[in-house]
Design a protein around this ligand. Sequence first.
Ligand code: F3S
Length: 383
Amino acid sequence: MHLTPEEEKILNNEEGFAKQRAMEILVDLGKANNADKLIPITSAHVSGGSYKSLGKEGMKFLQELANNWAKVVVPTTLNPGGISPKMKLPKEFAEKQRVIIDAYKALGVIPTLTCTPYYAGYTPKKGEHVAWAESSAAIYANSVLGAYTNREEGMSALAAALIGKTANYGMHLDENRQAGLTIKVKDKLLGFEDFAALGYYIGTTYNDKIVSFDFSSKPSNENLRGLCAALAVSESIPMFRLGKEGDETVEIGYDEIDTTFQAFNSKLQPDLIAIGCPHSPPEEIKKISRMLKGKKIRENVTFWIFTAEYVRKSLEFEGYEDEIEKAGGQIITGACISVAPLEELGFKCMATNSAKAAHYCRSLCNVETKLMSLDEMIKYSLK
Ligand code: F3S
């Protein structure tokens, strides 16, 4: 792998420990993936905002970098943490979470605390090379926004942010971004949850190649957000394409998609409704607010909508949050449902329209889950 004299200097510790460590991470990654060089990036998105996913060692490493006065050199946004004040979580967890976010801030990372930085004012342009962690955001950046990114880990995205470059391999190369299979979706998908169910089915069935989706009508970006998140569960899919591509086609419809609904179909009555995985755009919050206006959510149901603080603030003077709160729901910012310690809050069954949240909350938070549409969740929640 070719390094410029300037990059060699960083690797040889001429610009301090933090940059040297970041360069080592990039070089190791590049060598392991046969990259020819490092290329400049225009932005980074860092995951690992939660103590639950970062752990004690990760927290210590972050503090060490911050103590070395390192600063990111491109706009760098941060994934959600595991808490929000409204969630009333244990003090010890909250304190560790604060330490992590402070360390990121010291490194110059913008504490957007969202997995949808593209709703918080940070949208890469088509063709730009970026280093985005958070699998759903990376898939969205590649597939919907037309940017170029690998599915970074939190640390590799932070390393790229500190150097302003990433290793040139994988999704940064056009030849690796072609679809090997077209998925013809023969039935009409009705909403976000259907796209989420489709993504989960494809992610667990065809996860060894890039697929292209051939839909009967153009899907909205909002529904593609659900598809991206569910595909992300596969842990290997970096992007998808739209339209018919490649020689091979498989047809799928409701029979296949319904297998996802069957996989997340707890028989318990949900005591938690969680919307916003990935974090909700303003339109979804407005829609929920209109649906809840003048109504009351049952006392034994907690109703949470997860979004970016930037999005919540942008709606602040329009009354949408007031209507949601009057009905008994809450907008939660800065947190991710799947990395929040739900198990410590005593919930037994969570309903959600996100296959990703249904999957991870069941495995990480020890709650049963149920995949439902927004309409079904609201109907169920009301008195
Ligand atoms: Fe976002 Fe957490 Fe879902 S990071 S995509 S809300 S699992």
